[in-house]
Design a protein around this ligand. Structure first.
Ligand SMILES: NC(=O)C1=CN([C@@H]2O[C@H](COP(=O)(O)OP(=O)(O)OC[C@H]3O[C@@H](n4cnc5c(N)ncnc54)[C@H](O)[C@@H]3O)[C@@H](O)[C@H]2O)[C@@H](O)CC1
Ligand SMILES: [K+]
Length: 511
């Protein structure tokens, strides 16, 4: 499903009205009716319900007037609150209808707001701002939103909780916390990215009758099963391990042996034919004990960290493999830097760079240039902090606009970027996918190493960088979500996400 910016939605609305000829008031009527239907379906008999509908000056308020008109037919206590009599042209039509119906319409001011704190509403409909919010919310608007958030009513937001930026999901000063949000045609980015996604409560997407014809191809989509290329996962009978890719994982150190274990184990559990783990001996001792499928290659180390000389002794072997995963648990050192630079100069194998590999990129301009020029498929898997280091910006900047950051990284290195977060973003610089699966039980050290293993193994099975990234992110979070069906967020472990890939793969393949 597409995810739209406010500008894209406005263009679609505009085309529907100007090119197709559907009057704006018809769309508004449909939008308001959809919201009413949802309330009616949730609550059934509304007769005794005390309902407040807050309407702003724009078309979001107009939708609110439509909802109010339908609610008037159902409940004896519907109060409509407006900020200004001067509303948008289409909204005016519905405000006038309410006036003709002698509806209870009150213009908000400080005094009225103070009185509202003594009233009790069962339902509040939030039609203050939609996709037309342009600046921080202040003054009376702010106070009204604070009032809505303090009330115990069940809150329905129209299109998007008022105060949430529809292009980023960020709060512009203050925002409504809704129980349910009904958005129209397609979700907006602010409905999907946090904190907006949280403030939406349950998100419902409703068709308001805009023909698909006016929707041009949108490059941002929600990552769903339909978007995955699962054909290459099919295994033909007359195949052998060489057909499913040979993976080399360069990972681990005395300090983080677990990272290499998790990464390599996720690899073998994600279908690659062979997995070789290149690690210092200090890291491999833990590893050998646990994972018999993994072929270990000890790299000479100093103080528990791989050395460039040690790597060079094994590099011919690594060159013969199909895909490399580089970075998990290596630690940051000059030797690690030298190894990555050497790989980027001398190898031509698809590569996945994570953790300490990303730190090399953050610290070393030569590595950045070499990565840009590296010809084989490449995937970067930064979390927000790693992305901020590479782009030399504050992590809060990444959080404010993760879509832009993922695009920037992808373009900077001509790579596929998996920007990991509560909503992981995947992009190849043109297409953007937002992952909505997964749960906070994954917010633990080791989850990223698991994802790196999965994506590397899938890449080895003949996938493009983008398709591998999509499939891996989906499987990783689906596995955690399946675990949550019988475990708690506290107890889910990254190693269990690997074990549970059995069920995630099954669901993805069999539907
Ligand atoms: N355009 C269309 O065809 C449709 C639009 N619909 C609704 O219309 C909404 C968009 O309507 P609009 O574009 O009129 O925008 P909004 O209704 O979101 O709000 C715009 C109004 O708020 C003011 N405003 C913006 N930021 C403010 C701030 N921080 N403080 C105070 N005032 C502020 C603007 O000056 C303008 O008057 C959608 O979200 C949706 O709910 C629906 O009716 C379906 C059809
Ligand atoms: K709203």
């Amino acid at each position: 499903m597409y995810v739209l910016t406010s500008e894209q939605m406005k263009q679609i609305d505009k085309k529907a009205t100007s090119e197709i000829g559907i009057p704006e008031v018809v769309l508004m009527e449909n939008a308001g009716f959809c919201v009413f239907e949802e309330i009616k379906r949730d609550l059934g008999d509304l007769k005794q319900k005390r309902i407040a509908v807050f309407c702003g000056k724009g078309n979001n308020g107009g939708d609110g007037f439509v909802v109010a008109r339908y609610l008037l037919e159902q409940s004896d206590n519907v109060q409509i609150f407006i900020f200004d009599e001067n509303v948008s042209a289409s909204s005016k039509v519905f405000l006038n209808i309410l006036k003709n119906l002698s509806a209870n319409i009150q213009v908000l001011n400080e005094e009225l707001l103070a009185r509202l704190y003594h009233e009790r509403f069962d339902i509040i409909v939030d039609g203050i701002f939609g996709i037309g919010l342009v600046r921080d919310v202040e003054g009376l608007y702010r106070k009204v939103i604070e009032y809505i958030n303090s009330s115990e009513a069940y809150v329905y937001s129209i299109d998007i909780p008022s105060g949430v930026c529809s292009d980023t999901g960020q709060i512009k000063g203050v925002a409504v916390k809704a129980n349910k949000t009904i958005t129209f045609m397609y979700p907006k980015i602010g409905n999907i990215l946090y904190p907006g996604a949280y403030l939406c409560g349950k998100l419902i997407v409703k068709d308001i009758g805009i023909p698909e014809k006016v929707v041009e191809k949108i490059s941002t989509k929600i990552l769903s099963r339909e978007e995955l290329n699962i054909e290459k996962l099919y295994r033909y009978p007359d195949t052998h391990k060489g057909d499913y890719g040979k993976v080399g994982v360069v990972a681990g150190s005395k300090f983080f042996p677990g990272a290499s274990v998790l990464c390599a184990n996720a690899c073998v559990k994600s279908g690659c034919g062979l997995c070789f783990l290149f690690s210092p001996i200090e890291s491999l001792s833990l590893h050998n004990f646990r994972n018999p499928e993994i072929i270990t290659v000890a790299i000479e180390s100093k103080d528990g960290v791989v050395t460039f000389e040690g790597f060079k002794q094994k590099e011919e072997f690594l060159k013969r493999l199909d895909v490399i995963a580089f970075g998990c648990g290596l630690t940051s050192s000059v030797e690690v830097e030298k190894i990555l630079i050497h790989i980027l100069k001398n190898f031509q194998i698809p590569i996945v760079i994570d953790a300490d590999g990303l730190n090399v990129l953050a610290n070393n301009k030569e590595a950045q240039t070499l990565l840009h020029e590296y010809k084989a498929p490449k995937i970067l898997t930064p979390h927000y902090k790693e992305a901020s280091r590479i782009l030399s910006c504050d992590v809060s900047e990444v959080a404010k606009n993760p879509l832009d950051v993922a695009l920037q990284l992808s373009k900077k290195f001509d790579c596929v970027c998996i920007l990991k977060g509560a909503r992981t973003i995947i992009t190849d610089g043109n297409n953007i996918y937002i992952n909505i699966l997964g749960n906070p039980g994954m917010a633990k050290g080791g989850s990223g190493d698991v994802l790196t293993g999965i994506v590397t193994a899938i890449l080895a099975q003949g996938y493009s960088g983008l398709d591998a990234a999509k499939l891996a992110v989906y499987l990783h979070s689906l596995s955690a979500d399946i675990l949550l069906e019988r475990k708690s967020m506290q107890t889910i472990l990254p190693s269990e996400i690997i074990e549970n890939l059995d069920f995630a793969f099954k669901r993805v393949i069999e539907g």
